[in-house]
Design a protein around this ligand. Structure first.
Ligand code: COA
Ligand code: ZN
Length: 216
């Protein structure tokens, strides 16, 4: 049976969801809006909230303390880490994985088949997409499948990402091109790869940047 209407995962048997108050995510449960659906075989972590008309399909895992906005479809078999914020109107398909603390702006578009045809089944040819820890995807950007978005990278609103994005890279445009670097705190890095806002310093590595100290 699918779960709906703000049921707890950890003490379902003792609750009558029509009579009891909705669960308090702070107490270790999750919150499902009455219009949201959590399919059997899907996992939703403690403290996570799922808002109006959103649907988490079987085989998908959503971590703790995530906020899933309105009209979001997750799965089947998608992976979302802890502390992610998924804004309204997003489909996160099989083949897409988000690590912890990823931010997806409203109406981000993921894909999973590179060359789809209505009349040729290609679900066995999925190209995976990996969004690494702490990355931000701006509103309405499109992620063409088969790429990874680096840790704490920032993708500008409306960008079309067709190539891998380095750790801490700022990319924008169509096709998305790197225009600089951003700090873990989201502010563009100045000369010398030092954050003007929080003072964190970086050095270049093969995957992009690495933090020199930990100020945030
Ligand atoms: C990309 C972004 C981070 C700004 O990057 P930036 O390098 O600091 O950009 P600047 O504001 O300095 O602008 C530099 C140039 O890039 C352009 N630009 C800014 N954002 C752009 C974007 N998303 N796509 C294309 N061009 C963009 C500016 O128009 C400007 O062009 P110009 O020099 O010809 O005038 C920001 O515009 C953005 O898109 N943020 C995401 C917002 C979002 O989606 N939030 C979701 C939660 S509501
Ligand atoms: Zn900073």
């Amino acid at each position: 049976m699918n779960r709906q209407s703000g049921q707890y995962d950890n003490d379902d048997k003792n609750r009558n969801s029509h009579l009891d108050p909705p669960p308090d995510p702070a107490l270790g449960g999750y919150f499902l809006h009455p219009t949201a659906i959590l399919e059997e075989g899907a996992c939703l972590g403690a403290g996570s909230k799922v808002w109006h008309y959103s649907h988490i399909m079987s085989g998908s895992r959503v971590g703790d303390n995530c906020n899933i906005g309105r009209n979001v479809l997750i799965g089947p078999d998608a992976n979302i880490g802890h502390g992610c914020r998924i804004q309204n109107n997003i489909s996160i398909f099989k083949g897409v994985s988000l690590e912890d603390e990823v931010f997806c702006g409203p109406s981000v578009v993921f894909t999973n088949v590179f060359n789809p045809r209505a009349f040729i089944p290609r679900m066995h040819e999925l190209r995976p997409t990996l969004v690494r820890r702490g990355a931000t995807l701006g509103a309405g950007c499109v992620i063409v499948c088969g790429v990874s978005i680096g840790r704490y990278a920032l993708v500008g609103a409306g960008a079309v990402v067709t190539r891998p994005v380095l750790d801490y890279a700022l990319v924008r445009g169509n096709p998305a091109r790197q225009k600089g670097w951003v700090c873990r705190c989201g502010v563009k890095l100045g000369a010398g790869l030092i954050c003007p806002a929080c003072g964190l310093g970086y050095e270049k590595t093969g995957d992009g940047l690495t933090e020199l100290t930990s100020a945030v």
